[in-house]
Design a binder for this molecule. Structure first.
Ligand code: BTN
Length: 244
C-alpha cells in the first residue's frame, strides 16, 4: 500500500473527513491527519480530547477481506504504533490492552477506533482506522489511567510528525506481513506484550460486567475469558480492567 496524506489544521473529527472521502470513492491508503479536533470521538460513544500537540489520524483502507476479518487490522495498527513508539523513544515498556489500546508503563497512551461499511453483497467496502496518540498531553479524567509520551520521558524534540512517519513505516510493514501470512504472526506479536494476559480481569460490557481470566485472543481478535465455572466465553467488544 501507499499513502495519500491529507493534512488538516483543525477539523471536527478526522473520522468524519475520512468517511466523507470513502463515500466519494477515495482510494485505499488515504490518510487524514489533523493538528487538532473539535469533536474527537472515542470508543463506546465517548469523546476524545484533541488539543494541539498530540497525533490524530484516520486511515482509510479497502482490504480485500471478509468484514469479520477487518478487526484484525486494529491489532495490526496497535502493533505498528507500539513499535513506532519504541523506535522514536528511549526504552519504554509498551503493552497492548485489548482490543486496540497501547499502554506505556500500564497507562493508556493511544486508542484506536474502527469504523467500517459493508457492500450490499456482504463484502467489506471500506474500513477506517482512527488513531489518537497522547504525544504532549493527556486527559486527567479518563475512564482508564492515561499518560503521554512526554510524561513518560520521550524527549521534547520527538513530535507528532515524527510519530506519524514512524507509524506509517511500521504499519506498511505489518500490513504486508498480514496480507502475506495472515493474522497468526500479528496475533503472536500482540500476545507477547498483551496487558493482563493470563490474569484476572473484569470485562465491562454495555449492560453487565464479567469476571474471569484473560486466556487468549482468537483468530477474529475476540477475547477468550475463562470463567469460574470452567467455561470459556468469547467476547467481541467491551473494555477490560484489572482486578485486585
Ligand atoms: C478510544 O476510545 O480509545 C479510541 C480513540 C480514537 C481517537 C482517534 S483521534 C483520530 C480519530 N478521530 C476521532 O474522532 N477519533 C479517532
Amino acid at each position: 500500500p501507499v499513502y495519500r496524506l491529507i493534512a488538516l489544521d483543525s477539523v471536527g473529527s478526522t473520522m468524519d473527513e475520512a468517511r466523507r472521502l470513502a463515500e466519494a470513492g477515495a482510494e485505499d491508503g488515504t490518510l487524514v491527519w489533523a493538528r487538532e479536533q473539535t469533536k474527537g470521538r472515542g470508543r463506546l460513544g465517548r469523546s476524545w480530547a484533541s488539543p494541539r500537540g498530540n497525533l490524530y489520524l484516520s486511515l482509510l483502507l479497502r482490504p480485500d477481506c471478509p468484514p469479520a476479518q477487518a478487526a484484525q487490522l486494529g491489532f495490526v495498527a496497535a502493533l505498528a504504533l507500539g513499535e513506532a513508539i519504541g523506535s522514536v523513544s528511549p526504552p519504554v515498556d509498551v503493552t497492548y490492552k485489548w482490543p486496540n489500546d497501547v499502554l506505556l508503563h500500564g497507562r493508556k497512551v493511544a486508542g484506536l477506533l474502527l469504523e467500517s461499511r459493508s457492500t450490499p453483497e456482504g463484502g467489506l467496502d471500506w474500513l477506517i482506522l482512527g488513531m489518537g496518540v497522547n504525544v504532549a498531553t493527556f486527559p486527567k479524567e479518563a475512564n482508564y489511567p492515561a499518560t503521554s509520551l512526554r510524561f513518560e520521558g520521550v524527549p521534547r524534540d520527538v513530535d507528532e510528525v515524527d510519530l506519524l512517519e514512524a507509524f506509517g513505516r511500521y504499519f506498511m510493514s505489518w500490513a504486508s506481513r498480514w496480507l502475506e501470512d495472515g493474522f497468526a504472526p500479528v496475533r503472536a506479536a500482540w500476545l507477547r506484550h498483551a496487558e493482563r494476559l493470563g490474569q484476572e480481569i473484569e470485562v465491562r460490557l454495555p449492560n453487565q460486567s464479567l469476571a474471569g481470566t484473560f486466556r487468549d485472543l482468537d483468530a477474529e481478535g475476540h477475547l477468550l475469558l475463562g470463567q469460574a465455572d470452567g467455561t470459556t466465553r468469547r467476547i467481541a467488544a467491551g473494555e477490560i480492567f484489572p482486578v485486585g
